[in-house]
Write a protein that binds this ligand. Structure first.
Ligand SMILES: *Cc1c(COP(=O)(O)O)cnc(C)c1O
Length: 388
């Protein structure tokens, strides 16, 4: 149902993709009258768990809340260090700060913008209690080379898979690998609930704890509460349940997810073919065969100028993300990260959302080629920066 989507084309960087079925699902949820956590939330949880092939999934209000709860389940708190790439959305880092722990920023590979196992290992200190790999662009992060060391030291991996719903790690879906995995179902993510997040617990105890934390520490199911004259507040808790309204949107989206998966992969491959013709442009590799790509990011030498040139032509380029170790809020944890700082001057996200057409992609890559040609020094400079 094409009319469900506004004709955003190449002018927007990212926008939700609707199938049309969300409208009736949401209207029905509104009429049902239960707007907080409810039956529809639990249905969505079961559907996602079934999709992933796991026993359980806990739906929450946002990806950020999922990350914070994931860290809490791993017992992370004040005095603990969490290894995290600086190259991520600030939400990743805020979730660490929210539990009172310290982010320990590390570099990423310029090819994938994901962390490398050896950099994780090199950053381990006696205070390290968790690693938060970010599945940038939807690409799974392989830490098997250091998993034994992490296990021996009692370091938990909490995956920021906000961008990676539907992607595979080898032959298994992200979220079904046994790791504590956190998804976002925010507006522009691979699967959207409007707003929302989800967490795959590693065992029934973690699932119960996550359900308690997401609803103010109350140790009782919604159904039991209705039948009881009291309730037990068992622990600290957030107010981060997923509303039935958002869950209804999520269920409608999930039923049509294969369509989004195919569109995103096609779009990325179309970009890759076009960009291969351009000198001085390095495409961030998302491992497309296994990934449902969240974005299409390139490294280019004179990013700021190119960005402005394309913006002036109403092409929705973006930058994801300004590095976190340079942010004011995180200055206490600043370290020198030359690779990340160099990448930060080069990365640019091209318009990428499932409503885009092949023509839209050609429009973007043609404009990019023109912009690059207009600065003759670029080709020369492209060889000198960013490698590792
Ligand atoms: C979107 C995103 C988040 C946060 O998810 P929300 O649902 O917006 O809270 C965290 N990390 C990364 C890498 C993201 O892209």
């Amino acid at each position: 149902m094409a009319s469900a989507n506004s004709p955003a084309g190449a002018s927007t960087n990212a926008t939700p993709f609707l199938h049309g079925t969300e409208f009736e699902a949401l209207a029905e949820a509104l009429r049902a009258g239960q707007y907080g956590h409810g039956v529809l939330t639990e249905t969505f949880e079961h559907e996602v768990a079934e999709f992933l092939g796991v026993p359980d999934m806990v739906a929450v209000a946002s990806g950020t809340a999922a990350l914070q709860i994931g860290l809490m389940l791993a017992g992370i708190g004040p005095g603990d260090e969490v290894i995290v790439p600086s190259q991520t959305f600030c939400a990743t880092v805020q979730s660490i700060v929210a539990v009172g722990a310290s982010p320990r920023f590390i570099e990423v590979s310029p090819a994938s913008l994901c962390v490398e196992p050896e950099d994780v290992l090199a950053a381990v200190t006696p205070a390290t209690r968790a690693v938060m790999p970010v599945l940038y662009g939807g690409r799974a992060v392989d830490l098997t080379a250091v998993q034994d060391v992490l296990d021996d030291r009692g370091i938990t991996v909490v995956e920021d898979a906000a961008q990676a719903f539907g992607s595979y790690f080898g032959t298994r879906l992200v979220g079904s690998t046994g790791a504590l995995t956190c998804f976002s179902f925010g507006p522009i993510k691979n699967l959207t609930c409007g707003e929302g997040g989800g967490l795959v617990p590693r065992n029934p105890e973690e699932a119960a704890a996550a359900r308690r934390i997401r609803l103010l520490g109350i140790d009782q199911s919604q159904a039991d509460r209705i039948r009881s004259t009291s309730y037990q507040v068992a622990s600290f808790g957030l107010r981060a349940p997923m509303s039935s309204l958002h869950a209804a949107i999520g269920s409608a989206q999930l039923a049509r997810f294969p369509e989004v998966e195919a569109r995103r992969k096609d779009l990325w491959r179309t970009y890759a073919a076009d960009l291969a013709e351009l000198d001085g442009v390095a495409l961030i590799d998302v491992d497309i065969d296994r990934t449902v790509p969240f974005n299409c990011v390139v490294r280019i030498p004179d990013r700021d100028l190119t960005f402005e040139t394309l913006r002036d032509q109403s092409i929705g380029v973006g930058v994801h993300y300004p590095p976190n170790h340079l942010q004011l809020a995180f200055s206490r944890w600043h370290r020198k990260l030359p690779v990340t700082e160099s990448l930060a001057r080069q990365v640019m996200s091209l318009p990428f959302h499932p409503a885009m057409t092949t023509t839209d992609v050609h429009h973007v890559t043609t404009a990019l080629a023109r912009a690059l040609r207009s600065v003759p020094a670029l080709a020369y400079r492209s060889g000198s920066e960013g490698g590792r």
